[in-house]
Design a protein around this ligand. Structure first.
Ligand code: ATP
Length: 369
């Protein structure tokens, strides 16, 4: 019998240098490239990245629908290579739910358990518990072709949770729902994960969804995992330019480092002016660097006031909750400042004005790559 590998016993899923190559010869395509990550038990873990970055392929390998070209996938420390999908204690909720339209809600939820040969009493008891968990008791006898999209989503979740999997994989499960329902289901999914204690691996290309729901996020691009961290880590300390751009809006400034003191480096910006930027741990490169500043971490001030940068106010875009100021800097780049709107507040500057931009202390960060 396979034994857990040393050091991996506490993680639900371990990916070790997992790659997937499709096709051969000229048609070879690396969909996942040496993905390595440990996903903890009871974690809400999200794979986030743009379309085609390899999220679904990674999920399908964990489920067993695809076989890795190289690398190992461990479930609670044990290599799952020899296990077909049905033998893995892992279940998947698909984007289109894949419910049986001619069956009732209760029959759909109990289907997997019945297939596993569970006694009727046990199936009934489990179905009742799942109906309660997803708050669908009232519609137990309804056919799934006769319920709403949000209700279908709940049934799909109940069906996937019914056999008590150790890990639940969710492939863009909310993408078919409208905005309001999606927000509701986000909270619902968090609750289900919390109440069941099951490890959730959630796939999305929606950065806001990833930030609001996850314990940790893996950001993927072109088959690579670029960064793994808590939503706050990823937002506040993006590892590279792709992550900084993909997660929320960000200003990217070119510059040259001067003196370093503690974790701050002075940087002379290509757009003029100088600021102190937080240096990521282990960063040693000097010379040409890239600095990122979130739009909500800077202010626009009238020209003449002390400021980090100066430029021309090109646009002031009203968004209800906040206003976005687009400032054209001396090197031709645009710096965006986001300001929360408050009742009765006046802009103080006009489009076309020369303005200053004040960057908050510790808001600028040097990128590691
Ligand atoms: P999306 O969000 O659009 O679903 P994704 O990040 O989930 O994208 P994947 O579906 O994992 O991306 O696909 C990753 C890449 O691998 C894509 O370029 C895709 O075209 C390619 N790919 C996926 N499956 C196959 C296959 N069976 N044969 C060849 N190429 C494939």
């Amino acid at each position: 019998e396979a034994r857990p590998a040393a050091g991996a016993a506490t993680s639900a899923i371990g990916l070790r240098q997992v790659s997937k190559v499709f096709g051969s010869g000229d048609q070879r395509f690396t969909a996942v490239d040496r993905a390595t990550v440990e996903i903890a038990r009871n974690e809400f873990f999200t794979l986030l990245g743009p379309s085609g970055c390899g999220k679904t392929t990674l999920l399908r390998m964990i489920a067993g629908f695809e076989y890795p070209t190289a690398g190992e996938i461990l479930l609670e420390g044990v290599d799952v290579a020899g296990l077909p999908p049905y033998a893995r204690p892992i279940n998947t909720v698909f984007q289109n739910y894949a419910l049986f339209p001619h069956m009732t809600v209760a029959e759909n939820i109990g289907f997997g358990l019945k297939m596993l040969g569970k006694p009727k009493a046990e199936v009934d008891e489990r179905v009742a518990a799942m109906l309660k968990l997803v708050r669908m008791e009232a519609l137990a006898g309804r056919r799934t072709s006769q319920i709403s999209g949000g209700q279908q989503q709940r049934v799909a979740l109940a069906r996937a949770l019914a056999p008590r999997p150790k890990v639940l994989l969710l492939d863009e499960p909310l993408s078919a729902l409208d905005y309001k329902l999606r927000k509701e289901m986000q909270i619902e999914l968090k609750r289900l994960q919390h109440e069941t204690g099951i490890t959730f691996i959630f796939v999305t290309h929606d950065q806001e969804e990833a930030l609001t729901m996850s314990d940790r996020i893996a950001v993927m691009s072109a088959g690579h995992i670029l960064q793994v961290g808590t939503p706050r880590d990823i937002y506040d300390s993006p590892a590279d330019r792709f992550v900084a751009d993909f997660i929320g809006e960000t200003n990217v400034l070119a510059g040259r480092t001067g003196a370093v003191s503690g974790d701050l480096a002075s940087v002379a910006l290509a757009a003029g002016g100088e600021l102190f930027a937080v240096v990521p741990a282990g960063f040693s490169r000097t010379g040409e660097v890239t600095v990122v500043v979130r739009p909500e971490h800077a202010r626009v001030v009238a020209s003449g006031e002390p400021a980090t940068l100066s430029g021309t106010l090109e646009h002031a875009v009203y968004f209800g909750t906040d206003t976005h100021f687009h400032v054209r800097l001396a090197d031709g780049s645009t710096f965006i400042v986001r300001r929360q709107n408050r009742p009765g507040e006046v802009l103080g500057v006009e489009v076309g004005d020369t303005v200053g931009v004040v960057v908050d202390p510790r808001a600028a960060r040097l990128l590691g790559n």
